[in-house]
Design a protein around this ligand. Structure first.
Ligand SMILES: Cc1ncc(COP(=O)(O)O)c(C=O)c1O
Length: 370
């Protein structure tokens, strides 16, 4: 089977993990946590990086530190990984599901405007599949309505918008280092901010809410959201290779495009000239519905090619089907979700494999389209 994703450990990962084990610092205190946080913040040119155990809780930590409560609404795209919306509910706040743009598949500024109420406190733009959301418009809306921006950069490390890295626009931005991400720590996440107060709040909440000056004294209801030194050892080694890992992603993107561009039914995300990092090569198969898209996936599975459907609209999940979560109209989300398919994307993927995948995708599409 050609997997959809596979991590690559070609740098200092084993050496740093072994060093962490030898040091005896295997939980969340240790030199690698500090170093990974420092290097991560430096990569973005920001002041604070707060490492967490995964990307989902990074989002929750960011919202909790921003003071989101049961009285608040937070605008999120209807088309995203479920954690973007769930983390709002962990704060007992209401995620307001909002439609995306048909061309770039990211949250639509006009839909945000329509969704704003007096209860709206924050927006979580997601840079889906590594393609930057329309940050100029989103920042403009946030300023006019005094809203917090939490960027969900789980899929977009290294992507740029108007020359600036995604993750440098929000009040806080959140990353995931799950095994399928561009850099991985197994499970892992990070919150990034330039705001000293928010950084301090996140550090306290991440560590059970414990006072930073008085051991075992708690001023807040906190969580254990810490990253381990072993995770950070892997993360530091991965971050050292990020330019190389992103370059390979670009090459894979171009190789797929070269083999599919003669077929206009295959439509990729519009980048508007921004840097899409091709987290996972994903395209629309125009004109297919969900069941025929799934037939294509079945055919590819028989050819030993692993694929993924594009995320399902969050409003379709049973636990979002109550009036308070009902989306405004989300027709674009429905289209992209039904037509979308993700193809294998990982560092060691060969050109021969890409050729094999592209040929089989075209054949599968033609056979189900008939
Ligand atoms: C857009 C998005 N947000 C949040 C997450 C959650 O990250 P994690 O899996 O590390 O909890 C993911 C990914 O996996 C994601 O793709």
């Amino acid at each position: 089977m050609i997997p959809i994703s596979k991590p690559a450990f070609n740098g200092n990962e084993k050496r740093y993990v072994s060093d962490a084990l030898d040091s005896g610092w295997i939980s969340s205190i240790g030199a690698y946590v500090d170093q990974f946080e420092r290097s991560f913040a430096d990569y973005f040119g920001l002041r604070h990086a707060v490492a967490t155990h995964n990307g989902t809780i990074a989002l929750h930590l960011a919202l909790a530190a921003s003071g989101i409560t049961h009285e608040d609404q937070v605008i999120v795209p209807d088309l995203t990984f479920i954690a973007t919306a769930n983390c709002v509910r962990y704060c007992n706040a209401v995620p307001v599901l909002t439609d995306i743009e048909l061309d770039d598949w990211n949250i639509a500024p006009l839909a945000i405007e329509k969704a704003i109420t007096p209860e709206t406190k924050a927006i979580i733009p997601v840079h889906l599949y590594g393609n930057p959301a329309r940050m100029n418009e989103i920042i403009d809306i946030a300023k006019r309505h005094h809203l917090i921006i939490i960027e969900d950069c789980a899929e977009s490390i290294g992507a740029t918008y108007n020359g600036k890295k995604t993750g440098t626009f929000g009040d806080i931005s959140c990353f995931s280092f799950f095994g399928n991400k561009v850099i991985t720590t197994g499970e892992g996440g990070m919150c990034l901010t330039n705001n000293d107060e928010l950084a301090e709040k996140m550090r306290v909440l991440r560590d059970h809410g414990m006072s930073r000056s008085k051991k075992y004294w708690y001023d807040h209801l906190g969580y254990n959201y810490r990253m381990t030194n072993i995770q950070a050892a892997i993360g530091l080694a991965q971050l050292e290779q990020i330019d190389f890992l992103l370059k390979i992603r670009d090459q894979i993107y171009q190789a797929y495009i070269d083999r599919l561009k003669h077929r206009p039914e295959f439509i990729v995300q519009e980048t508007h000239g921004q840097r899409n990092i091709n987290w996972v090569f994903t395209l629309r198969m125009e004109g297919l519905d969900e069941s025929r898209r799934d037939q294509v996936r079945e055919i590819l599975k028989e050819k030993k090619i692993d694929t993924r459907p594009v995320f399902y609209p969050i409003h379709k999940m049973s636990f979002y089907q109550s009036n308070q979560y009902l989306p405004f109209d989300c027709p674009n989300t429905n289209v992209i979700s039904a037509e979308g398919i993700s193809l294998p994307t990982f560092t060691d993927l060969t050109l021969e494999e890409i050729q094999y995948i592209a040929t089989n995708l075209i054949d599968a599409y033609d056979s189900v389209k008939k």
